[in-house]
Ligand binder design. Structure first.
Ligand code: ADP
Ligand code: MG
Length: 254
């Protein structure tokens, strides 16, 4: 299997605050990785840095995606290359109807270009798959939608865009049982229909039960302190992050 994402020696932060320290992470095409860690560890920052959020500056290291060094590339270029990030709190975009937004982002990708009629059909199919009310499509992007509805819209984008790598940042947090099942279905459809890779940032071990996880990474204070198999998730679920925080102490002293 070919390596899709290779992060080497990555340190990054805001203009005046280092957040991530010397991160190495590799994800192969089609793999599912889980990133866990206490609040404030830097998980969302890593997602945003991979996506190219200009709020963060890379001070050293590289991000190679699909054979191309994207460390200095703008977010829109990374998106076109096939990286997708679902935000912890999706942005509201007044004045832009959801359907026009979806049509525009798909038309920008040569591999997804299609006729208006076929696109409409595909959107209907996916909306149905996600149990999503089609009246959402004429409303303004994310404006006035509930938390669960915004997540459905993100799953809709994921399934239409078919990225090579989807980074889902606590996309399951604060959802009720029904919304959670929609998100799970969206993720499963993405895995099976698009064969895309996943980096799931989550605290919710339930959403992971139905996924076959290849690797689990633990982040503490901006450091990746451990990478292991899916069984690490159960260990964290039972015992928390204490052991890993200890491991960080040793790493810093070394
Ligand atoms: N844009 C920012 N400006 C200032 N501090 C930030 C910014 N983004 C993240 N941080 C800080 O970096 C640390 C890691 O944050 P974050 O990546 O959101 O953690 P996590 O997602 O693991 O909870 C926190 O201390 C947070 O306050
Ligand atoms: Mg976060």
């Amino acid at each position: 299997m070919s390596q899709l994402l290779t992060i080497s020696g990555l340190s990054a932060g805001t203009e005046d605050k280092p957040i991530l320290h010397d991160i190495d992470l590799a994800i192969d095409a089609g793999e599912t990785h889980v990133l866990m860690g206490p609040n404030g560890a830097g998980k969302s920052t890593l997602g945003h840095v991979i996506m190219g959020d200009p709020v963060y500056k890379v001070s050293s290291g590289t991000i190679v995606f699909d054979g191309e060094d994207v460390t200095e590339k703008a977010a829109d270029k990374r998106s076109l290359a096939g990286i997708f990030l679902s935000y912890q709190a999706p942005v509201e975009v007044p004045g832009v109807p959801l359907y026009s937004f979806l049509r525009t982002i798909c038309q920008m990708r040569p591999e997804l270009k299609t006729t208006a009629r076929k696109f409409r059909q595909r959107v209907s199919e996916v909306s149905e798959q996600l149990d999503m009310d089609e009246s959402f499509l004429t409303r303004e992007l994310n404006v006035g939608f509930s938390g669960g509805e915004k997540k459905k819209i993100e799953m809709l984008q994921l399934l239409l865009l078919r990225p090579k790598l989807a980074i889902l940042d606590e996309t399951d947090s604060g959802l009720d049982v029904d919304a959670l099942s929609v998100v799970s279905r969206g993720i499963e459809a993405y895995r099976s229909e698009c064969d895309g890779a996943l980096l799931m940032i989550t605290h919710n071990t339930r959403i992971l039960e139905r996924l076959s996880v290849d690797q689990t990474h633990v982040m503490v204070q901006g450091n990746l302190v451990e990478t292991g198999p899916a069984s690490l998730i159960d260990e964290i679920d039972e015992r928390g992050f204490g052991r890993f925080e200890g491991a960080l102490g040793e790493k810093v002293e070394a």
